[in-house]
Ligand binder design. Structure first.
Ligand code: TXA
Ligand code: MG
Length: 331
């Protein structure tokens, strides 16, 4: 199918265009749309055949459940069998915003959305285009990130097109997404709540509301179907091999001595060196996160043998960035 790219204003999207996209979703089609984190690939979450098209377009394994997006917290009710007090408090504080809550599902949520599991992941995105689309179609929208499975997420319409051209109906192009990293995923069906994926809402922000969190895979889950397959080791990865190292200069010199074409992703003020394609990112974690995928897409398109990344700082503000770089570097 030809994929239409439609420009929309990120703050005041044209209602006629949003209605057109909503009609495609109601008819079972696929729309890529911007959120405050990354571009998502949406389908009607209540229609299993529509959601199945997401899995086909992305080449996503059926074992990986998708996030359901709703227009406001009240829309969660029909999709869950319980909405505990803690989850309500988090929703009141962080929605709309980059926090995904894993809750016990109701029977209305198709198995394909949850990978047949007993929970459903939900969030209210903080972007005028995403919210306009949710309101116009009046449906919950299943939407993983708009990229082929395991590869880099898309923060521009061009990134979406690069991975999914011909496989989806339409892309709503509202320019680069501001956040740049996927939402924080928090499982509130367990005690204490468990951080399944670090993201733009930090562990510290959550802990001020919840007290100490657990994180990582559930003990005893090893070998079981993944609890949150975003935790699969290789993910968010460029096609080009990537190495995140403490001493990038040294590693780059080794590669150059082997005549390799090298990309250098760095937040340091480095001088150009022959044979090295440099992508410079801001030194603050929010600016770095916002630019990370675009820089990796650019280096990945540059025909390089390897991308070397300067390890970002070890402090809390960098946890989500470090998580994505570690996974991007897995073989
Ligand atoms: O920022 C985001 O979260 C973006 C935008 C489009 O909203 N979406 C996104 O979706 O990153 P996706 O599918 O690429 O990542 C969803 C993550 C995956 O790690 C998935 O395994 C996990 O959430 N997930 C989805 N449903 C789950 C569930 N019921 N239990 C545990 N983890 C779940
Ligand atoms: Mg994804």
């Amino acid at each position: 199918m030809p994929t239409r790219v439609v420009q929309v204003d990120s703050k005041n999207p044209d209602p006629a265009l949003i209605r057109e996209a909503a009609a495609i979703l109601r008819a079972g089609g696929l729309i890529a749309f911007p959120t405050e984190t990354v571009y998502g690939l949406a389908a009607n979450a209540l229609e299993p055949d529509a959601v199945a098209r997401i899995f086909t377009a992305k080449g996503r394994p059926a074992t990986n459940p998708v996030i359901v997006h709703v227009a406001e917290a009240a829309d969660v009710a029909p999709l869950v069998s319980a909405f505990p007090e803690t989850a309500r408090r988090l929703a009141a504080r962080f929605w709309p915003g980059p926090l995904t809550l894993v809750l016990p599902r109701s029977d209305r949520v198709p198995d394909i959305v949850t990978a047949a599991g007993s929970t459903v992941a939900l969030r209210v995105p903080d972007h005028a285009v995403a919210l306009g689309l949710l309101q116009a179609c009046g449906l919950p929208l299943a939407a993983p990130s708009a990229n082929p499975s395991t590869l880099l997420s898309a923060t521009t319409a061009a990134h979406v097109l690069r991975g999914l051209d011909g496989k989806i109906d339409m892309i709503l192009d509202a320019g680069p997404t501001p956040g740049g990293l996927e939402s924080t995923v928090l499982d509130v069906t367990v005690t204490p709540p468990r951080l399944l994926r670090p993201g733009l809402v930090s562990q510290m922000q959550l802990e001020t509301i919840l007290g100490p969190l657990a994180h990582g895979p559930i003990p005893g889950d090893i070998g079981q179907p993944a609890r949150s397959p975003g935790q699969q080791e290789r993910h968010y990865a460029p096609r080009t091999p990537l190495e995140c190292v403490p001493d990038a200069k040294l590693r780059i010199a080794e590669h150059l001595s082997q005549s390799r074409r090298v990309g250098w992703l760095t937040h340091h003020d480095v001088s150009p060196s022959p044979g090295v394609v440099v992508a410079r990112l801001p030194t603050d974690p929010a600016g770095y996160a916002a630019g990370l995928y675009a820089a990796l897409h650019r280096l990945d398109d540059a025909g390089l043998d390897v991308i070397v990344v300067d390890e970002p700082p070890a402090d809390d503000a960098w946890v989500a960035v470090r998580d994505r770089l570690v996974r991007a570097g897995q073989k």
